[in-house]
Design a protein around this ligand. Sequence first.
Ligand code: MG
Length: 368
Amino acid sequence: MKIIRLSVFQKTCPLTKPYSLSGGRLIFKELDTTFVKLETDTGIVGWGEGCPWGHTYLPAHGPGIRAGLETMAPAILGLDPRRTDEVNRAMDLALPGHLYAKSPVDMACWDAFGKSTGLPVVDLLGARYDEPVPIASSISTGTPQEMLALIDGYRATGYRVHSAKVGADVKMDIERIRYLATNEKPGELIFYDVNRAWTVSEAILVMNAVSDLPVVFEQPCETLDQCASVAARTGHPISIDERLETLTDLHRIIADRCGEIVNIKLNRVGGLTRARRLRDVCLAHGIRMLTMDTGGTVLADTAVHHFAQSIPVDYRMGSWLCQEMITFDPAPGQGSRNINGCASAPLLPGLGVDLDELLLGDPVAVYG
Ligand code: MG
């Protein structure tokens, strides 16, 4: 089986409401998502999606994916999409780095691979642990009362895991965390995602001020050095998110004790092939995982749930459905959806999402 054509589609997806994180430092109103249609000489088609969370959150942006695809396309055409390591190697040689531009191609390869075998992608990743994956809400920074009201809204649709965005004024953050932790319901997990906003001293101040609370923090500071410094002087488990891109980063996180949990986002780490490698190292070192993408529609969300269900239940902390925060749906009724606060990978071959091409409009580029 050979890749004969790559078609690229772009959609602007408005958020259902403006979203603020990192203490209000970053505000978002829409996402720029890119779909890749990968056609093969057998007639099998694979689909992938890459959607950075805007252009201010990470060193990634929608136009960057499309520029990367233009550069990499000649190296991808002619390859067998089932040989995912080989496709990734070819992309790395054609364009070092730029993992976020590679993720949609990698995703489309796994989709085509699954369809060629009649198996869902999760099966090809080596395991399917059937229990549905709890999905995490994403709670925009606000007053403690505003944030609890947002959590209540998610509770009404079954959510039991919440990612509350903090990282603004230190005293207000302590108030937010204490208020939300006090109002946590049995069986719930609220983790406090700082998105790199604190300095080391701020992180130590806030985390030690709530040392009596059994709570988890995510990416308190900008760098792994800073997170390791915080981890050494505080008692809460720390999840590393934005500073985990490569297997080398994960080795560093483990060796320097920067955190005990990681958040693996498919677009940031370069897709399912690389995410699987991270998963196996995490399992070997007793590190629990959150599994998400950086953004996107039901297609990206579904790829996440194929990956999430390949992780043993004890090692899963939660995933995310970005689809619930945007107004564009390219595959109504299909793929991974919220069922009482959890989601699962479809049982269909490949990713199990049949995109409605009429909803995507004309391709912005075609290679091959
Ligand atoms: Mg995070």
